[in-house]
Ligand binder design. Structure first.
Ligand SMILES: Cc1ncc(COP(=O)(O)O)c(C=O)c1O
Length: 374
């Protein structure tokens, strides 16, 4: 069996799970790591404690490897939102963002601007279809703009932004800040087009909460002040002197990382690296094709992109009666996210045929029910 097929075989969650864009049930290897590391931490033996502490460096190395970045420039964070806080609170100038971003971007940017004494100004863009294309950004670009922040894959529309094209548009002197929560580990991307990338382990990496990261390229650190820097952001902990933030990316951290979370992140990233991110992306694309075909066959409108290059693992269904569809799926044991007018369906590489059949059957029954009630 190939390593990719080994990886696919590790998906042991219950059938019907199509909510990977919200939460990824923990993989067997991550679960095993938690137990092993917890046992080591329970011993109190200094060698065991330092063994678990090594997970921090391992996680930095592995995230760096997938990003094409230096491990030392990768910080571990409790959440991707906290990674974005470090970026926004130290930023000045005008920052372009979509008003429809996940609140980790929009709300955090708004809060940072409010605290900045007018040094930071968000410039909200509202593309009609919610897609942050170069055209949508170009209209908002002027000399005041110092940065663009964008989700690589939008949590709502599933649209995958073209990072290389956005970089080309904004040029080398503005920062490109990327929220890769919905793509890291499952989209084979050249992240070095960005200056800052945040992500986390609790969805597509199947590594649980608390396992986030933020990468600060050297050119980002030249332009962002480590305002929220804490005791882990200094060169060495000193209890009698107040230290300035270190010159490294670690300045963008607050306190020592959770070593159990670092271990989970390291294993989650190692697993996708070993399976091959391109293979994972390819299998997810096949599942998305199947989901689109199922939706079309049952005449359920799809609002997410259909072209491979503009999508990843999220399919947004926009039925006429979203609440009723959400209820029908829940009753059929199909787990999705229902929000407003859309029902978000997200398959992973290990999603099995039975799950897609469950979706098909539930949408079929939903259609018949409409017919009977009409
Ligand atoms: C695009 C995006 N960014 C950020 C987050 C939140 O990340 P965290 O919980 O690590 O702050 C989510 C959660 O769904 C998301 O979809």
């Amino acid at each position: 069996m190939s390593t990719f097929e080994d990886y696919v075989a590790t998906f042991d969650n219950e059938s019907g799970y199509l909510n990977w864009a919200a939460f990824g049930p923990l993989s067997p290897s991550v679960r095993a790591e938690v137990f092993a590391d917890a046992d080591l931490l329970g011993s109190g033996r200094p060698s065991s404690l330092s063994l678990v502490r090594e997970r921090v460096g391992q996680a930095q190395e592995l995230v760096g490897e997938l990003l094409g970045a230096e491990a030392a420039d990768v910080t571990l964070q409790p959440s991707s939102t906290q990674g974005l806080m470090h970026a926004f609170y130290g930023l000045s100038g005008t920052v372009i963002a979509s008003a429809a971003e996940f609140p980790s971007v929009s709300l955090t940017l708004d809060r940072a601007a409010a605290a900045s004494n007018r040094a930071l100004t968000p410039r909200w863009v509202t593309p009609a279809d919610g897609r942050m294309t170069p055209d949508a950004v170009a209209g908002a670009l002027d000399d005041e703009v110092t940065a663009l922040v964008v989700s690589h894959v939008d949590f709502r529309t599933g649209f995958r932004a073209d990072l290389a094209a956005l970089r080309e548009l904004i040029g080398p002197d503005r920062l490109l800040i990327v929220d890769a929560v919905q793509s890291f580990g499952v989209v084979d991307e050249d992240y070095t087009a960005a200056d800052i990338v945040v992500g986390h382990g609790y969805k597509w990496l199947r590594a649980g909460r608390g396992s986030a990261f933020a990468w600060f390229a050297p050119r980002a650190r030249e332009r962002i002040v480590p305002v929220l820097s804490g005791i882990a952001g200094t060169r060495a902990l000193s209890i009698d002197e107040l230290q300035v933030p270190t010159a490294s990316a670690q300045a963008f951290t607050v306190s020592q990382p959770d070593t159990l979370a670092a271990g989970r992140l390291a294993i989650g990233v190692r697993d996708v690296r070993d399976a091959g991110v391109a293979h994972i992306e390819g299998r997810i694309a096949e599942h998305v094709d199947t989901i689109l075909e199922i939706a079309d066959r049952h005449a359920i409108a799809v609002s997410s992109p259909r072209e491979h290059a503009s999508r990843a693992g999220i399919v947004a269904l926009s039925p006429e009666e979203p609440a009723r569809l959400a209820a029908a799926l829940a009753n059929a044991g199909v787990v999705v996210t229902a929000r407003g007018s859309a029902v978000r369906v997200a398959a992973h590489a290990g999603t099995d045929d039975a799950t897609l059949q469950q979706l098909d059957d539930a949408l079929g029954a939903f259609g018949n029910e409409t017919f009977i009630n009409a």
